[in-house]
Design a protein around this ligand. Structure first.
Ligand code: SAH
Length: 196
């Protein structure tokens, strides 16, 4: 499929912040994603007490689900409003602290420490700051990344994965000439070459 019409599109950080300010958050799923329920066993692979990463997390309710199952959740999101709404909507008390390695970044963490959300650009993170993960839930993340940044995004994700980690990726399939995105259309062949 010809993805020429999308490959040069760039959504600036300010545009995402504006979506949150104006409540244009069509991507948010109040009831969570059915595919996480369906493939939860694949993500967990018989393990318990995992560290699970949510790239470009928004206020995904699945973070609360997984934390309630005893896993430890880490997310990253540029919009502070999104993260504050997450804690407020689940009535979770949290603390806020700066991230010494990243100027302007904040870490918002539940007082019990099982959910830690970084408010910064994902490209500012590294495994020395957030550690490595046993599982990744990538929904609205790879498909939201600007097409020109895909390789950088995937390379970073690979550095954040433990040896036996599992990665659940949700993509969307449609004619990229009919919609400018995001979500962007990422062909399966490209996913294979990105992740190797
Ligand atoms: N995964 C979430 C949100 C998907 S929308 C869900 O399933 O609901 C993509 C989110 O990524 C938006 O909330 C946007 O503010 C955030 N975002 C976009 N670019 C980002 C970047 N470079 N670093 C961190 N967050 C980013």
């Amino acid at each position: 499929t010809d993805i020429g019409s999308q490959k040069d599109r760039v959504v600036a950080e300010e545009e995402w912040l504006r979506k949150w300010e104006t409540g244009s958050i069509w991507f948010h799923k109040e009831r969570g994603h059915p595919l996480l329920q369906k493939y939860l066993d694949v993500l967990l692979n018989g393990r318990s007490g995992l560290r699970i990463f949510f790239p470009l997390c928004g206020k995904a309710v699945e973070m609360k689900w997984l934390a309630d199952m005893g896993h430890s959740v880490v997310g990253v999101e540029v919009s502070e409003k999104a993260l504050k709404e997450f804690f407020a909507e689940h009535s979770l008390p949290y603390c806020e602290e700066p991230v010494p390695e990243i100027s302007g970044a904040k870490k918002l963490e539940t007082t019990s420490g099982n959910i830690a959300l970084y408010c910064c650009n994902i490209y500012d993170l590294s495994s020395s700051i957030v550690g490595k993960f046993d599982g990744v839930w990538d929904r609205g993340a790879l498909v939201a990344v600007n097409p020109c940044d895909r390789q950088r995004y995937v390379s970073l994700m690979i550095t954040l994965m433990e040896k036996n980690s599992s990665y659940l990726l949700v993509t969307v399939s449609y004619d990229p000439n009919k919609h400018k995105g995001p979500p962007f259309y990422v062909p399966e062949s490209e996913i294979k070459s990105l992740f190797g």
